[in-house]
Design a protein around this ligand. Structure first.
Ligand code: NAI
Length: 335
C-alpha cells in the first residue's frame, strides 16, 4: 500500500523529467541556484559540479523532499563528465566575480579559460543540452562557448543562451519603485548585451513611457545598466550579485525547461547567436525569444524604438562588436 502511494507521488511524466547540471554549483550563485532548482518540479536529476564542496552542497540539498535526486561531483573520478552525461540543461556560473572598481571585462582573463574548458566538456558529454552561460563577461563568454561547440561540430544556435535575466529583473523592480506598481507584474524588455552601455532597457515600450519624466527615465536607465555595481559596492570586495542572480538563473532555467516540455508562449530575453544585426557583423544580441521543445523557437525583433533608444542600440552594438571578437579571438588563439 505504502509503496503504491509512494510510486504514484514520485512518478513523473516524460515531459517533466529533466536532468539539470550546474557547473560552479558551490559558489555564491551556484548554491542558491541549486536550491531553487531543487524546488523545480520538472527537475528529476540535479547534478552539481564544482572544484570544491559540490558533494557537501548536494548532500545538503538531497534532504529536501522534492522528487529530484541530487549528485555532487568534483574533479576526482571524472566528475565533470559524469555531471554532464545525459544533461538536458546545463547552467554555468563557474568563474570569478567582480570586486569594487572592476568591470565585467576585467574578468575575461580568468573566466575565458574556465568557460572554454567547461564548454569542451559539454560538447563531449551532452552535445544536445541547452547551455545557459552565467559567467561574466557574458558578452564574450557566450561567443567562446559557440566557437568551442563549432569546433567540435555540435553547435546548435537554438540551444546556447547568455543569461541576461537579472537585467530584466532589475528593470522590473526599479521601474516599479518609480511608478508605485507591483514589480512582479512589470515586464520591461531589456535588449543588447549584459554589461554597462550594452544593457538597453526599452522604457518607451512600457505603459509608463509618457508618464515618467525624462530625467527620471534617464536615471532609471542608468540604474538598470549599472545595477550590478550597487551590489558589488555594498558587498565591499566580497563579490557581486549572487542571490538575485540565482533567482534570475532559476527563472531562466525554468523557462527553458517549460519550453522543452512544450508549454506555450514561454518568453524570455536572452543573449544568443542572433540574426538581428548579423548583416552589420554583430553575431550575438539579446532580445526576447519564445522558447520551445528544441530551445529557441522564435527570435523577436526589438519593436518600435524611441530616437534615444536607437542611439543606445548603436552604442551597444559598437561595444558588443569588440566583446564578441574578443571571445572568438580567444578560442582561435587557444585552440
Ligand atoms: P564565486 O566565486 O562565489 O563562485 C564561483 C564558483 O565557481 C566557485 O565555487 C569556484 O570553485 C567555481 N569554479 C571556478 N572554476 C571552476 C571550474 N573550472 N569548474 C567548476 N567550478 C569552478 O562567484 P559567483 O559570485 O558565484 O559568480 C560566478 C560568476 O557569475 C562570475 O563570473 C560573475 O561575474 C557571474 N555573474 C553573472 C551575472 C549575470 O547576470 N549573468 C550576475 C552576477 C554574477
Amino acid at each position: 500500500m505504502f509503496s503504491r502511494i509512494a510510486a504514484r507521488n514520485f512518478s513523473s511524466s516524460a515531459a517533466n523529467a529533466y536532468k539539470v547540471s550546474i557547473l560552479g554549483a558551490a559558489g555564491g550563485i551556484g548554491q542558491p541556484l541549486s536550491l531553487l532548482l531543487k524546488l523545480n518540479g520538472k527537475v528529476t536529476d540535479l547534478s552539481l559540479y564544482d572544484l570544491k564542496l559540490a558533494k557537501g552542497v548536494a548532500a545538503d540539498l538531497s534532504h529536501i523532499p522534492t522528487k529530484s535526486v541530487v549528485h555532487g561531483f568534483t574533479l576526482a573520478d571524472d566528475g565533470l563528465s559524469r555531471a554532464l552525461q545525459n544533461a538536458d540543461v546545463v547552467l554555468i556560473p563557474a568563474g570569478v566575480p567582480r570586486k569594487p572598481g572592476m568591470t565585467r571585462d576585467d574578468l575575461f582573463n580568468t573566466n575565458a579559460s574556465i568557460v572554454k574548458g567547461l564548454a569542451e566538456a559539454c560538447a563531449e558529454n551532452c552535445p544536445s543540452a541547452a547551455i545557459c552561460v552565467i559567467s561574466n563577461p557574458v558578452n564574450s563568454t557566450v561567443p567562446i562557448v559557440r566557437e568551442v561547440l563549432k569546433r567540435k561540430g555540435v553547435f546548435n544556435p537554438q540551444k546556447l543562451f547568455g543569461v541576461t535575466t537579472l537585467d530584466t529583473l532589475r528593470a522590473n523592480r526599479f521601474i516599479s519603485e518609480i511608478v508605485g506598481s507591483d514589480p512582479a507584474r512589470e515586464d520591461v524588455s531589456v535588449v543588447g548585451g549584459h554589461s554597462g552601455v550594452t544593457i538597453v532597457p526599452l522604457i518607451s515600450q512600457t505603459q509608463y513611457s509618457d508618464t515618467i519624466p525624462k530625467e527620471k527615465a534617464d536615471a532609471l536607465i542608468q540604474r538598470i545598466q549599472h545595477g550590478g555595481d550597487e551590489v558589488v559596492k555594498a558587498k565591499d570586495g566580497a563579490g557581486s550579485a549572487t542571490l538575485s542572480m540565482a533567482q534570475a538563473g532559476a527563472r531562466f532555467a525554468g523557462s527553458v525547461l517549460s519550453g522543452l516540455a512544450g508549454e506555450q508562449d514561454v518568453l524570455e530575453a536572452t543573449y544568443i547567436d542572433s540574426p538581428l544585426f548579423k548583416d552589420e557583423g554583430i553575431e550575438f544580441f539579446a532580445s526576447r525569444v519564445t522558447l520551445g521543445p528544441q530551445g529557441v523557437k522564435e527570435i523577436h525583433g526589438l519593436g518600435l524604438l524611441s530616437v534615444a533608444e536607437e542611439d543606445m542600440i548603436a552604442t551597444a552594438k559598437e561595444t558588443l562588436r569588440k566583446n564578441i571578437k574578443k571571445g572568438i579571438d580567444f578560442v582561435k588563439a587557444n585552440a
